[in-house]
Design a binder for this molecule. Structure first.
Ligand SMILES: Cc1ncc(COP(=O)(O)O)c(C=O)c1O
Length: 266
């Protein structure tokens, strides 16, 4: 059972009073992990306050039901989580029944310092990106981040939408995504090689490229251009990592780094 401290101390007030019984000792150390023994009962606050290196192992039967004293704690704990007011209620049968205030809260940007430092650590170990002095922005896959980047980079008061270009052959999803919401700020224009560099533009530089694996550099080289580097495949299983990529805006995605295409974390 992972330790997950509540975001706000007030959440602890939601614990049922019947859960407050004696705390336990006799813990055992396995490797670097302290395994907590549970006999007869423990307090929910003990579970919320488990240290990162502490675990309560839970056994399940063939039907997926938790067993023994630890299973009892597991049931109580998950029951508490389901009732904590500022998390998504598990008992809402329909997304439309989740209170609007909770849904709006989910759309707020959240600071996740630990995730950020793990992302930086991974790039440092692999040596595929410079992360010092950069913000790490996490989204539901590279697609969402791609759209967020276009929105953030487009001038808000331009008389015409900024042109979005990529050298052919390009990833077939780019045109679809760019024009998906019929935005007035940016517009898919197509092949970067025949684009007139006199106009403002955003060039997508995909390296290694999908679909041909080629290493890519910007091709327009106009003075009024902004570059978005899609480095989805800049991982050692796809290409030699020659040096850490060092661009203003770089897109990476877990779906390609771990090769689980369905993973929606970019
Ligand atoms: C070049 C390139 N960028 C981005 C993506 C999409 O990544 P995600 O699955 O994170 O949305 C793909 C997926 O095939 C891709 O080929």
């Amino acid at each position: 059972m992972p330790s997950q401290p509540p975001a706000h101390p007030s959440e602890q007030a939601t614990m049922p009073s019947s859960d407050y019984d004696q705390s336990l000792n006799d813990n055992e150390i396995i490797g670097h992990t302290e395994v907590r023994k549970v006999r007869g009962g423990t307090r929910m606050t003990d579970v919320w306050n488990l240290k990162e290196e502490e675990l309560i192992p839970v056994q399940f039967n063939g039907n997926g039901q938790p067993l023994g004293d630890e299973g009892g704690i597991f049931n109580k704990f998950t029951g508490c989580v389901a009732r904590v007011a500022n998390q998504i209620p598990l008992d809402a049968a329909d997304w439309r029944k989740v209170p609007m205030s909770i849904k709006e809260g989910l759309l707020e940007p959240h600071d996740e310092p630990e995730l950020g430092s793990e992302v930086r650590r991974l790039h440092k170990i692999v040596g595929n990106a410079v992360t010092e002095g950069r913000h790490i922005v996490v989204g539901t896959g590279s697609w969402q981040l791609f759209l967020a980047a276009l929105y953030a980079l487009s001038p808000q008061d331009a008389p015409v939408p900024i042109s979005v270009v990529a050298q052919v052959p390009y990833y077939s999803v780019y045109p679809v995504l760019t024009d998906l919401l019929k935005p007035s700020l940016f517009k898919w224009v197509g092949d970067a090689q025949i684009f007139s560099k006199e106009r403002p533009y955003i060039e997508l530089v995909t390296s290694p490229n999908n679909p041909d694996d080629h290493t890519r550099e910007p091709v327009v080289n106009g003075s009024d251009g902004i570059l978005v580097h899609d480095l989805a495949y800049y991982w050692p299983q796809y290409t030699p990592i020659s040096s850490p990529a060092d661009h203003d805006l770089m897109l990476f995605t877990l779906s390609k780094s771990t090769e689980h295409a369905g993973t929606r974390i970019g």
